[in-house]
Ligand binder design. Structure first.
Ligand SMILES: C[S@@+](CC[C@H](N)C(=O)[O-])C[C@H]1O[C@@H](n2cnc3c(N)ncnc32)[C@H](O)[C@@H]1O
Length: 323
């Protein structure tokens, strides 16, 4: 993408260098709220725990932010089908308990009419991050608009995990490149593609280190109309490459900036469980995407509790959106 770079630099009376970078319009803070639906609902939270419905299952997991008292009675909590016990830190190991009856590893779920599998994993993750559905909806609308205009849309989904975003984009008509370092996660994503009946859709499943992949794509001068990155705080590539968000994110955002096509529509960054504000994500995106025009929107993804006004924040986000 052409940058309308006309950076001027001057030093002020105190000799401080002022580089007047172009900044995209800023919309921050923005709270993207996910309301309960038949697919997923936050039913209650409190005492360091959260109770959620995933498809037909009510599930309890640790939630360090839930500093308050639960609103629902203990009998509702005690009726949960699955409980994850482990330390409260997001990455902490633990184990699943099924107090009512033994459960299979997977169970049916759906978003809109995209069918996929919920999954008990060794960490506390459940094969999907429902709070991302605001991103999915946003992306779906933008891709569909382009397809209606008779144009193609190329999406790059980095740290793509079980591929819900990739399936949403492919169903909307995009050519998708899905990158994740975990062979297991790629296998689960392919299984979701089959479960959703989207096996004919053009999705490239790539098991690779996200930084290495993007560096190669930049060298090849490949570009994308939409980018998603949802990195963990800490991760490993298939060849042992280390990913550390606080060290590697600026370079990664720089690479994604270079992968934008001239007609790019969006670049969405989500970050979980890091000791940082959305302003840190916002300023990082402004520094790299500020000269692309458009808008940079940043804030938090939150879940609204069913039948309650309580909200639970899940992650930070920052997205560059073209005009
Ligand atoms: C939090 S999950 C992403 C969730 C996903 N965006 C979603 O919405 O379902 C983080 C993913 O990053 C992957 N990962 C960790 N380190 C990586 C690396 N260096 N390169 C690529 N993927 C990596 C993990 O395998 C995991 O699937």
């Amino acid at each position: 993408m052409q940058s309308n770079k006309n950076n001027e630099s001057a030093s002020d009376a105190k000799g401080r260098l002022h580089v007047s970078r172009n900044r995209a319009e800023s919309r921050c803070p923005i709270i993207l709220e996910n309301s309960p639906d038949e697919n997923h609902a936050l039913l209650d939270s409190g005492n360091g725990l959260k109770l959620e419905r995933y498809g037909d299952l009510n599930i309890i997991r640790p939630e360090a932010q839930a500093l308050w008292q639960p609103e629902l009675s203990p009998s509702v909590w005690n009726a949960a089908a699955a409980v994850f016990s482990g330390d409260v830190s997001e990455e902490g190991k633990g184990r699943w308990n099924f107090p009512k009856m033994p459960l299979e590893e997977t169970w049916p779920m759906a978003w809109d009419d995209i069918h996929y599998l919920g999954r008990f994993t060794s960490f506390r993750h459940l094969g999907v991050f429902p709070e991302q559905s605001t991103h999915w909806r946003f992306m779906q609308d933008r891709i569909a608009k382009r397809i209606e205009e008779g144009k193609q849309f190329r999406l790059l989904n980095l740290f793509g995990y079980t591929g819900l975003a990739s399936l949403v984009a492919a169903k909307a008509g995009a050519h998708v490149t899905h990158v994740d370092a975990s062979k297991k996660a790629i296998g689960w994503a392919r299984e979701n593609q089959e479960t959703a009946g989207l096996s004919e859709k053009p999705i490239r499943w790539i098991c690779d280190d996200a930084v290495r992949f993007c560096e190669r794509e930049v060298r090849r001068e490949n570009t994308y109309d939409g980018l998603l990155l949802d990195p963990p705080k800490y991760g490993r590539g298939p060849k042992g490459e280390i990913w550390q968000l606080f060290e590697d994110l600026p370079h990664m955002v720089d690479l994604t900036r270079s992968l934008l096509s001239p007609e790019a529509s969006f670049a969405i960054l989500t970050a979980y469980s890091i000791r940082a504000s959305f302003y840190a994500m916002h300023e990082t995106m402004q520094e790299k995407f500020g000269d692309c025009g458009g808008t940079i929107e940043s804030g938090e993804l939150v879940l609204r509790t069913e039948n309650s006004e309580r909200r639970l924040s899940t992650s930070l986000f920052s997205r560059w959106v073209s005009k």
